[in-house]
Design a binder for this molecule. Sequence first.
Ligand SMILES: Nc1ncnc2c1ncn2[C@@H]1O[C@H](COP(=O)(O)OP(=O)(O)O)[C@@H](O)[C@H]1O
Ligand SMILES: [Mg+2]
Length: 346
Amino acid sequence: MKLAIHHRNGSFSKRWIEYCKEQGVPYKLVNCYDSDIIEQMYDCDGLMWHFHQGDPRDVLFAKQLMFSLHTAGKKVFPDPNTCWHFDDKVGQMYLLRAVDAPLVPSYVFYERKAALNWADQATFPKVFKLRRGSGSDHVKLITDSAMAKKMIRKAFGKGFSQYDAGANLKERWRRYKLGQINTTDLAKGVVRLGYTTEFAKTIGNEKGYVYFQDFVAGNDHDIRVNVVDGKAFAVKRGVRENDFRASGSGFPYFEKHHFTDEVIKRALETTKKLKMQSVAYDFLKRGDTYLISEISYGFCDMTRKCIGYWDEELNWHEESFYEEDWMVDAMVREITKSERVLSTEL
Ligand SMILES: Nc1ncnc2c1ncn2[C@@H]1O[C@H](COP(=O)(O)OP(=O)(O)O)[C@@H](O)[C@H]1O
Ligand SMILES: [Mg+2]
C-alpha cells in the first residue's frame, strides 16, 4: 500500500504528509504538473491532491487527471463524486436538486430571451452568481428587474471577467481597515486596476448562461458545515458591514452554541446522498429550515480553530482534530478494502 501526495503550500497536503509520517503510512511525493504523472503513479495505490479553483493550471486538468486514475482503479482524493462540481455552482444546482437536497431556489438560463422574460415576472431581490468564484467575489444582490436585465445582457454579450478589479480593490480596502491585510496587499489591488490576472486571462470570460438564486433574507451570517469521513465541524461566518455576504468576510465564530443539531444533521444526511469524501456546505436559514447555497470539496484552514466535531450519531466531541487525518484514514481504508477483495478473488 502506498499513497502518492501532491504537495501545495497552504493546502491539505502539509498535514497529510505529517500524518503519514506519524502513522507510518507509506507515501511518496509526486508532481501532478509533470507530463509523466501517470507513470509516477505506477507504484502507488492512490493519489491525494488538494487542487485549487484559483490556479488556472488546476482548472485545466486536475479533474481529468483524477478521473483517469479513478477509471484505472486507483483511489483518488478528491474522487469524481467529490469534485466533478467543484467551483461550478450551476453543476451543484443540478446535483442538489437531483438528490432532493435543500438547495436555495435557483434559476439558470442558457438563452437571453428566456432569461429576460423571467426577469419581467420574477420577484426581487434575487442573488446573481457566476458558476466560479470564492470569497463572495462574484455574488451580487439584484434589487429589481432592470438590474437583472443588465446582468442578463452582459451574460449573453461580452460576459463577466473572472477578475473584477474595482470590487477587488474595494474588498482589499475593507480588509485593510480591519487590519486583516497590510499596505503591500492593499497596493497590489491598486496596481492591478491596470491589468487583469493570469487566471482571468487563461480561463476567459464567463458567458452564455446566467444564474440567480432567491435572496434568503434575514441572515447576518452563513453557517459553514464541513463533513469529512462521517464527521462534521462548523464555522459561523458573520456578513460584511452593510452587506449580505459572509464568505471571505473574516468574521468567524466557532463556539458550539452557534450550531443547531438540525443543520449538522442536514449536512451529514446530504453528504451520504452526495457520496462525497469531503464537503463544505454554506447554509442559510429561511424560517425554521436550513437551505444550501453552495458546496465545495476544498476549504481553507480556518477550520483549524474549530473546538470540536460531531459524529454520525450527532454526538459532540470537544477536542482538537485535523480533518486532513480523516481524509488519509479514509483513503487507507478504501485501498486496504480493495486489496482484501483482490486477494480473496485470487
Ligand atoms: N441566495 C442567497 N441569499 C442570501 N445570501 C446569500 C445567498 N447566496 C449566498 N449568500 C451570501 O453570499 C455569500 C457568498 O455566496 P456563495 O454562493 O457562498 O459564494 P462564494 O463561492 O463566493 O463563497 C455567502 O457566504 C452568503 O453569506
Ligand atoms: Mg461560499
